[in-house]
Design a binder for this molecule. Structure first.
Ligand code: GLA
Length: 461
C-alpha cells in the first residue's frame, strides 16, 4: 500500500475566497463539454429495444436480513476522511482544520457531516486497562476532545480500526505497533462510544482470504457496536490485500455493515491496471461496482471507496491524479450509484473547481434521493448509459464516456424505462440547461467525462 501524504495546494478557505468566474455556472458549463440535448435525434445506430433491467446475477447475502446498525444512514453518508490527503501524518490540528473548512466552505450546508480520522492515530501500545489510546504527540488532547471539537461545529466524528491484530498501515510496515481490535471488540466499541464516535471505518486489509473468519470478525464488532446503544455508522472494508476478487464485490454484506466497500483501494487515476495491492482507478471501479450498488438502500450502502476529487496525484508513481473531466465523472457517477460521498482532499486548500464540484446541489440531490432505487446499466450500451429512478418520478441518466476521445452518446427514451407521459424535460445537471425531449437524448461527451441528466415528465399545462 502506498501511504499517501498530501501536498496541499496553496489557497484560501471560505466562500469569500471562492468568487465566481462570471459564468455563474457549474464545472461542466465552464469546461466546454458540448451538451446537446437532442429533441428529435435520429439514432443511426442499431439499438436494441426494451427497458433497463439489472444485467447482473445476485450474489450471496451474508449476515442477517436486518439492518446492521439501526437508526443511521437513511441516505448515503457524506463527509471527509483524512487518508487520501494526509495518510499517516494525520494529527488533531489537521482534523480540526478539516472540520472548520467543512463549515466555512459551505460543505456542511451542502450535506457533509462526518469527519473521519483514518489509520495511524494510535499510540504504539494499549493502556494498562487494555483501552486504545491515541499517539500522544499528534493527538495530545485525546480523541474525546477532538470529537467534541467536531461536534461543536454541528458535525459528526469518525475513526478507523481493523478486525485483525494489526491495522492496514501496520500490516504493510508503514506504521509501527499492533493495535487492531481482534479480541478487544467489546472494549474498543465501548471506548469509541465513550469518546463520542459516530462512524467506525473497520478495515480488513489482510492477505487472509478466509470468508468465515471475515464474517465472524466483522459481525463481532457489529454486535459490540450495537451493544453500546450509540448510533454508529459501521463502515466495513473486507478487501484490500485479499488475494483474488475483492470479497466486497462478491458478497452482499448489507446484513453486517452499514456501508461495505465493494473494491480494493481507489487511487487517483483513471485506469491503473491493478496497482501493487490491487489498487484501481475510477473507470475500473465503475465497471466492477454496479452489481453491488443495486443492493443499496436505507441503512446499507455499497461503498466504491472515497472521493479523489481535488486530491493531487503522486509524482513519480502511476497515480497521476484525476483530470477535471475524470473528477466530474467520479462525483457524478458516485452520486448516481447512491455511494457514500466521503471527500478525501485537503479541505482548507481546495480550489474553486473542487469546491463547486463537491458542493453541487443538483448532483448531491441525486446521491441523497430518498427512494434509493437500484442503478442499472442500460443493456446493450456497452456501459455508456446508466439510469436510476428518483423519488419524484424523474430518472437520472448518465452518459459516461470511458473512451480516450470525445464521443457522441445517445439513447432513445423508450429504452430508459421512463414513466408514461406526453413529453419529457431533460435537464443537464452540470450546466442547468434543459430542453423538451420526445424521442431520444444524447450529448457529445469529452474523453472520460460524464453528462448527467435528470429526465422528468413535463407537467401538463
Ligand atoms: C486500506 C484502506 C484505505 C485506508 C488504508 C489505511 O488500504 O482501504 O482506505 O484506510 O487502509 O491504512
Amino acid at each position: 500500500m502506498v501511504s499517501k501524504v498530501g501536498r496541499p495546494i496553496p489557497g484560501r478557505v471560505g466562500r469569500s475566497a471562492l468568487s465566481g468566474d462570471g459564468s455563474g455556472g457549474r464545472p461542466g458549463a465552464r469546461h466546454g463539454v458540448v451538451v446537446a440535448l437532442v429533441a428529435a435525434l435520429t439514432v443511426a445506430l442499431v439499438l436494441i429495444g426494451g427497458v433497463a433491467s439489472a444485467p447482473f446475477a445476485d450474489t450471496v447475502h451474508l449476515g442477517e436480513t436486518a439492518i446492521a446498525i439501526p437508526g443511521v444512514a437513511r441516505t448515503p453518508p457524506m463527509g471527509w476522511n483524512s487518508w487520501n490527503a494526509y495518510g499517516c501524518s494525520v494529527d488533531e490540528h489537521t482534523v480540526e482544520q478539516a472540520a472548520d473548512a467543512m463549515v466555512a466552505s459551505g460543505m456542511r450546508e451542502a450535506g457533509y457531516r462526518y469527519v473521519v480520522v483514518d489509520d495511524c492515530w494510535f499510540a504504539l501500545q494499549r493502556a494498562a486497562s487494555g483501552a486504545l489510546q491515541p499517539d500522544p504527540t499528534r493527538f495530545p488532547h485525546g480523541i474525546a476532545a477532538l470529537a467534541a471539537y467536531v461536534h461543536a461545529r454541528g458535525l459528526k466524528f469518525g475513526i478507523y480500526e481493523s478486525p485483525n491484530s494489526r491495522t492496514c498501515a501496520q500490516i504493510s510496515g508503514t506504521y509501527p505497533g499492533s493495535t487492531g481490535s481482534s479480541g478487544h471488540e467489546p472494549l474498543d466499541a465501548r471506548t469509541f462510544a465513550s469518546w463520542g464516535v459516530d462512524y467506525l471505518k473497520y478495515d480488513w486489509c489482510s492477505p487472509d482470504s478466509n470468508i468465515d473468519r471475515q464474517v465472524s470478525a466483522f459481525t463481532r464488532m457489529r454486535d459490540a457496536l450495537r451493544a453500546t446503544g450509540r448510533p454508529i455508522v459501521y463502515s466495513i472494508n473486507p478487501n484490500s490485500r485479499v488475494p483474488g476478487a475483492p470479497p466486497g464485490g462478491i458478497y452482499d454484506w448489507s446484513g453486517i455493515g452499514t456501508l461495505w466497500r465493494t473494491t480494493n483501494d481507489l487511487l487517483p487515476g483513471w485506469a491503473l491496471h491493478q496497482g501493487p495491492a490491487g489498487d484501481q482507478g475510477v473507470s475500473e471501479i465503475l465497471s466492477s461496482t454496479v452489481a453491488s450498488a443495486k443492493r443499496a438502500g436505507a441503512g446499507h450502502w455499497a461503498d466504491p471507496d472515497m472521493l479523489e476529487v481535488g486530491v493531487p496525484g503522486v509524482l513519480g508513481t502511476s497515480y497521476p491524479g484525476l483530470t477535471e473531466a475524470e473528477q466530474r465523472t467520479q462525483f457524478g457517477m458516485w452520486a448516481l450509484l447512491a455511494a457514500p460521498l466521503i471527500a478525501g482532499n485537503a479541505l482548507p486548500y481546495m480550489n474553486e473547481t473542487t469546491w463547486r464540484l463537491l458542493t453541487d446541489p443538483a448532483i448531491i440531490a441525486v446521491d441523497q434521493d430518498p427512494l434509493a432505487a437500484p442503478v442499472t446499466v442500460v443493456p446493450g450500451t456497452d456501459e455508456k448509459v446508466w439510469r436510476r429512478t428518483l423519488s419524484d418520478g424523474s430518472v437520472a441518466v448518465a452518459l459516461w464516456n470511458n473512451d480516450d476521445s470525445t464521443a457522441t452518446i445517445s439513447i432513445p427514451l423508450a429504452r430508459l424505462d421512463l414513466p408514461a407521459a406526453e413529453g419529457f424535460t431533460a435537464r443537464n445537471l452540470w450546466s442547468g440547461a434543459h430542453a423538451t425531449v420526445r424521442t431520444a437524448v444524447g450529448a457529445q461527451v469529452a474523453a472520460h467525462d460524464t453528462v448527467l441528466l435528470r429526465i422528468s415528465p413535463t407537467p401538463v399545462t
